[in-house]
Design a protein around this ligand. Structure first.
Ligand SMILES: NC(=O)c1ccc[n+]([C@@H]2O[C@H](COP(=O)([O-])OP(=O)(O)OC[C@H]3O[C@@H](n4cnc5c(N)ncnc54)[C@H](O)[C@@H]3O)[C@@H](O)[C@H]2O)c1
Ligand SMILES: [Zn+2]
Length: 343
């Protein structure tokens, strides 16, 4: 398999898997949009490493770079970048390529979706988290007060998943993305367990299986009415832990601990054999992902956060568990029930 299609009411994406794939993107553009100008949006970290390679492949492209870091994912950056597009006379028939982690693909996708009411967007995710999650599925956005408050559904027409970018990704960021892969293994594709247990992981296989898992869910439930919630496995507690750590813990690290809590809940409901939870923990341990809340954290604070979060979204919490490896079930719980189930 070297290509997957994502078909959504807001448009379709082709996801291609290729090492050294920039040339394939160039060819796709030359075939489909031969007279379009290309804008590359990246961040300072990714730009510093891949600037020359990008400039050589997309000669004549307008190269724009923003400061690396989640703090850049905000309206001020949208305004700054859009102004540069205007100044360079970028039109509706041109193309924006977002090259970077999820921060960049979310921001660049958001701009592409609103600039002149929408111009062609291509995503080249370079972090593992963006490859297996952020860049797939069509959600774009920026933060305002809270995360991703402003956003659109705007799938990239083309998504390149090129494992070679991961060679330069810092180890902690790589493991951050692996937590989401372990999530897919636990809830959607148990064959990933074997892949992840290997001494040397085959990145291409992991990217393909993860992209397939996410695509399948998004194809069936684009706007998150139900099924897409399975992607929240480990995230109910994960979001709480991430927030209470004031983002000192990376998203994947918080989700790793969240998956352990999800297993506790499932086992207390008699819905998961201990071996399943043990296997998930073994995977997290193998990749040195945390499995316990940092000292100083109080479980009560986590539940308090979840309660507040719940107030915003309705009465009960839809909590995702993995009854068997590669299977999921959603249980509706009140905050009070949840507290009892994690004792
Ligand atoms: N749209 C969605 O569906 C969705 C889903 C999940 C997450 N997200 C968003 O994704 C963002 C998180 O993504 P992220 O973890 O990739 O964060 P990020 O984009 O901040 O990247 C993490 C760090 O890695 C660096 N980096 C990225 N690729 C690199 C490479 N190849 N070599 C060296 N350094 C590299 C970045 O510069 C940054 O410092 C958040 O904003 C989150 O809201 C969106
Ligand atoms: Zn996540």
């Amino acid at each position: 398999m070297d290509k997957i299609n994502l078909n959504t009411p807001a448009g379709n994406s082709s996801i291609i898997f290729q090492e050294d794939g920039l040339q394939a993107v160039k060819k796709w553009i030359d075939d489909k949009y031969p007279s379009s100008r290309i804008v590359i949006i990246t961040d300072t970290n990714v730009g510093a490493i891949y600037q020359t390679q990008l400039a050589n492949t997309f000669s004549g492209a307008l190269a724009l770079s923003v400061q690396a870091g989640e703090n850049t994912k905000r309206l001020a950056s949208v305004k700054q970048l859009a102004t540069e597009l205007i100044n360079d006379e970028i039109t509706r028939s041109d193309i924006i390529i977002g090259v970077g982690g999820g921060m960049v693909t979310d921001l660049a996708g958001f701009i592409a979706s609103i600039y002149m009411r929408g111009i062609t967007f291509i995503a080249i995710p370079t972090s593992l988290l963006a490859m297996v999650d952020a860049a797939i599925g069509g959600k774009t956005g920026v933060n305002l007060e809270a995360k991703n408050i402003l956003g659109t559904f705007y799938p990239a027409e083309l998504i390149l998943l090129d494992p070679l970018f991961l060679n330069s990704l810092p180890d902690r960021e790589f493991k951050n993305g692996l937590a989401e892969v372990i999530k897919y293994a636990a809830t959607l594709d148990s064959s990933l367990v074997e892949d992840l247990m290997k001494d040397e992981v085959e990145l291409l296989t992991i990217l393909q299986k993860s992209a397939q898992a996410k695509t399948k869910i998004v194809n069936d439930d684009f706007k998150e009415s139900g099924l897409r919630k399975v992607l929240n496995f480990g995230h109910t507690f994960g979001h709480a832990i991430e927030s209470i750590s004031e983002y000192q813990l990376l998203h994947g690290e918080a989700v790793a601990i969240g998956m352990i809590y999800a297993n506790k809940v499932a086992q207390n409901l008699n819905k998961q054999a201990p071996e399943v939870g043990d296997k998930i923990k073994e995977l997290l341990d193998k990749y040195h992902l945390p499995t316990e809340i940092p000292s100083g954290f109080r479980v009560e604070d986590l539940v308090e956060f979840i309660k507040k979060d719940k107030k915003r979204s309705g009465d009960k919490i839809t909590f995702v568990i993995a009854p068997e490896m590669g299977k999921y079930e959603m249980v509706e719980l009140s905050a009070e029930e949840l507290i009892k189930l994690i004792q």
